[in-house]
Design a protein around this ligand. Structure first.
Ligand SMILES: Cc1cc2nc3c(=O)[nH]c(=O)nc-3n(C[C@H](O)[C@H](O)[C@H](O)COP(=O)(O)O)c2cc1C
Length: 425
């Protein structure tokens, strides 16, 4: 068990004794904006490659409340705090000058940070060939999440980040591309080149493109300025230490099988634009076919340089023609109506955990904390999109009673509970 994970468990007592107060006067900004003098490209919906970027994490809804308005994005995020930023290198793609860009969500544009010369990010990521297409770098600006979730926020930076990787996979699928994620590279060197100091840090890189025949060009040696991404900031040593303690990748296992999905592309694209989290479930059942379709999507392979086993435990509450109970790997561990129990385990969010058609918990005993947690986010994102595609609701459940969930799932102390997700209407 990772020591950070152990330290940030919720329990019945901890949520009552450590009631965290949010200080609205220090609420951080959710947008990073580079200075005006940088060149920008406005993303056009009609342009295939622009839409590819937009669908990953662009703004998709505006909500108004008495005090103002806020924006939701194509990707879900714990508490709608959006702690992640996305950077990418483009090479040989129509509509973009070859260069390194930042996705500026606030203005639906991309900012050119550096025009490529005889160099590129490939060598920094230990890739042997230049990539024609996109190479993404995903970061986390942790204070956006720790402002509310305190020490537990590193988990959300990784899960939300994984959701963005899942969005990347989904958006690439629309143009028949697979995605390969990388976790084993010198993140510290890149953090420094991008001027992050300790407030922002890279979590992963992803390739959506094809290698060229030539040798990789020389490595990038950037010296980008620090750009404030939050406005307010309070250091969190627990999170910064957790990041550094989990940087080194141990005994990695490569996964080279691309995922295969069978969505109708026009419907799937619309699903990506319209996806939302369900706020309250009404105890409606779903068909066994729908359940199997959603689970097949979730279980597809994830291509990466460090593939970690993430186990899916499913509590069946209301799937027509399936017995009630706890289900794992195609088999029942125990039979019974556990809906109330799951509502309780989901930090008493009964309207989600109990009222769902099924609620999943993702668990792992991997040593590669960053890779494992981002994979859990990718799986969560697949569940969201597959459910929404069938017009069935879904919500992430980042808050749960860790040890009590593990006990209910009959897991020993090596296992960590990474994420809960409920599906239903
Ligand atoms: C990692 C993660 C954890 C979440 N945990 C919860 C939760 O415990 N309870 C809840 O009601 N919603 C939860 N959500 C849903 C978010 O609140 C939701 O994504 C956010 O408000 C943005 O809304 P949208 O998904 O409709 O775009 C979670 C989402 C994610 C990605």
């Amino acid at each position: 068990m990772n020591s950070y994970h152990d330290k940030t468990k919720h329990s019945y007592d901890s949520v009552r004794t450590n009631a965290s107060h949010m200080d609205w006067s220090t609420q951080p900004s959710q947008y990073k904006v580079y200075p005006e003098h940088y060149k920008r490209i406005k993303l056009e919906e009609r342009h295939v490659e622009h839409k590819f970027i937009y669908l990953i994490g662009g703004i998709s809804a505006k909500k108004s409340y008495a005090g103002g308005e806020y924006f939701l994005r194509t990707n879900p995020s714990a508490g709608a705090l959006y702690p992640n930023e996305l950077y990418f290198q483009v090479r040989g793609v129509e509509g973009f000058e070859d260069g390194v860009y930042h996705f500026e969500v606030k203005s639906s544009s991309v900012t050119l940070l550096y025009a490529l010369q005889d160099d590129g990010i490939e060598a920094n990521l230990n890739l042997k060939k230049p990539i024609k297409g996109f190479v993404f770098l995903l970061s986390a600006v942790y204070f956006r999440s720790s402002w509310k979730y305190k020490d537990r926020a590193f988990r959300y930076c990784l899960l939300d980040g994984g959701h963005l990787l899942g969005q990347m996979e989904a958006s690439a699928y629309l143009k028949d591309f697979a995605v390969r994620h990388l976790y084993d590279f010198d993140k510290i060197a890149l953090n420094s080149m991008f001027g992050f100091e300790s407030r922002e840090f890279f979590l992963s890189a992803s390739i959506v493109g094809v290698p060229n025949a030539e040798e990789a060009p020389k490595a990038l040696d950037l010296n980008l300025p620090r750009v404030d991404a939050t406005g307010t900031f309070f250091e969190n040593r627990v999170i910064e230490d957790a990041y550094h303690d989990t940087l080194v990748v141990h005994d990695k296992k490569r996964s080279t099988r691309a995922s295969k999905f069978t969505f109708r592309k026009d419907v799937f694209e619309e699903t990506m634009f319209k996806r939302r989290s369900i706020r309250e479930m009404s105890k409606a059942g779903i068909s066994r076919r729908a359940f199997e379709f959603i689970m097949d999507v979730a279980q597809e392979s994830v291509m990466s340089d460090c593939d970690e086993k993430v186990e899916m435990y499913v509590v069946l509450n209301r799937v027509i023609d399936m017995p009630l109970g706890l289900y794992h790997d195609g088999r029942f561990i125990k039979y019974g109506d556990f809906s109330k129990k799951v509502g309780y385990l989901s930090l008493e969010q009964y309207h989600l955990g109990e009222n769902s058609a099924f609620t999943l918990f993702l668990a792992s005993k991997s040593e590669n904390y960053q890779a494992m947690y981002q994979k859990a986010g990718i799986i969560g994102n697949r569940l969201y999109l597959a459910a929404n595609y069938l017009q069935i609701g879904c919500s992430g459940i980042g808050a749960y009673y860790d040890d009590e969930v593990a006990k209910f799932l009959e897991l020993d102390e090596r296992y960590m509970i990474l994420y809960g997700i409920c599906v239903g209407n």
